[in-house]
Design a protein around this ligand. Structure first.
Ligand SMILES: [Mg+2]
Length: 394
């Protein structure tokens, strides 16, 4: 990518703290200080989307079945997700990022990588870097690029708290892999900088599961070879790792040395809005599938509504118990973002699948053929009135 040497980059990873749960606690004072689980009702098949830090104390975690969360923490308040509210905050924090840099890669609603290297900074970002004495240009002997990165991350975190009433954690480092590890080190409401000089020492004790791209399979293969942490990884030759793991071996060898050349890739314009869900157990009842489809259609509509887009093509996807996946689509004469229209069309499409005739393991709905025209009108680049205060003013 011709990004220059590894030292010259400043990457920031921003991650909102317990995002969905934090939004719920912000908007409903009765939930503050209490264990909150965002997800289906406790007796449902649903899984935990996010839980508050008060719930984590009891061992509740994201992606855990709600029934299990309830057993661990029966006093928890279970709240249904409100994706429209999360989408609005998500768009707001992206606008905050864009004040500082033109290179933003969102990973999800509440997480993003920012390239805060000199070439990407907006005037506000450049001024911050200059003010803290970290040079931006081609001047010789640039002292400490991380100093500027810290100042920008600090300022972004302040903007987020002030304008959304929510906290975020940030990590600053020379690449994506390290920045993401850094943001996780002092959660919630933390800011961690990994200086280039600290990297080798920091990685030495890091369990191999925490290295980017190492899933369960690679981790168990590494452990079976006695490689359990960064130091173990760094001790192996590049040839040896390539022999064991092919191309992944090169990445592992580089990461053990703190090298990660992946660029921050700005988001392309979104092509569709969709949600799907995999069931805990296969479902044959058509009524149950239709209920699930209704809530998925509602989530899709909420996301589109918050983004000010509408679309013409509705697609339903189902996967049967034997992993065969089928999609059915229909294109409407005019764009829609209406939950009832999306649901109504989805029902007709569902009737053209095996739903109700054989067990399904997944169902999803999406809307494409998007019309973005309204987007800028609905989202002026101004801080929107904070709802958590407006409600108190009556
Ligand atoms: Mg988060």
């Amino acid at each position: 990518m011709g990004q220059g040497s590894e030292e010259s980059r400043v990457i920031i990873h921003i991650d909102m703290d317990a995002f969905f749960a934090a939004v719920e606690q912000r908007d409903d004072p009765a939930l503050r200080g209490r264990p909150v689980v965002v997800g289906g009702p406790p007796d449902s098949r649903g899984v935990v989307c996010t839980c508050s830090y008060e719930a984590r104390v009891f061992g509740v975690r994201s992606a855990m079945p709600c029934s299990q969360a309830w057993r661990l923490c029966p006093q928890a308040v279970f709240v249904r997700p409100r994706f429209a509210a999360y989408e609005i905050v998500s768009r707001h924090i992206r606008r905050i990022f864009s004040r500082y840099t033109d290179c933003i890669e969102p990973l999800s609603l509440d997480e993003a990588y920012l390239d805060a290297s000199p070439g990407h900074l907006m005037p506000v970002g450049r001024a911050l870097v200059a003010a803290c004495g970290s040079r931006t240009g081609a001047e010789t002997g640039a002292p400490d690029p991380m100093k500027g990165g810290r100042a920008i991350a600090h300022s972004i975190r302040q903007d987020i708290v002030r304008e959304t009433g929510l906290t975020a954690s940030a990590g600053v480092a020379a690449n994506k892999f390290l920045a993401k590890l850094a943001s996780d080190m002092d959660k919630p409401d933390g800011l961690t900088v990994i200086q280039p000089a600290m990297v080798r020492e920091f990685l030495a004790t890091l369990p191999i599961e925490r290295f980017w791209g190492v899933g369960k399979v690679t981790a168990s293969r590494l452990r079976s070879k006695g490689i359990c942490d960064g130091a173990g990884l760094a001790a192996r030759s590049r040839d040896e790792l390539v022999r064991f793991f092919g191309k992944t071996g090169i990445l592992l060898w580089e990461m053990a040395r703190g090298v990660d050349e992946r660029p921050v890739e700005p988001e392309r314009e979104r092509k569709s809005y969709g949600r799907e869900t995999t069931f805990q157990r296969d479902i044959e009842s058509l009524e149950e599938i239709q209920d699930i489809l209704e809530s998925l259609a509602g989530e899709v509509a909420a996301g589109m509504d918050a983004s000010g887009v509408a679309g013409t093509t509705i697609t339903v996807k189902v996967r049967t118990a034997d992993f065969a996946t089928v999609t059915r689509s229909h294109t409407l004469p005019r764009p829609t973002a209406d939950a009832r229209v999306i649901f109504h069309e989805s029902l007709a499409l569902l009737a053209r699948t095996r739903a109700g005739h054989e067990p399904l393991r997944l169902v999803g709905v999406s809307v494409s053929g998007l019309d973005h025209r309204e987007q800028d009108v609905l989202q002026p680049d101004l801080p929107f009135p904070p709802p958590w205060r407006a409600s108190g003013q009556g």
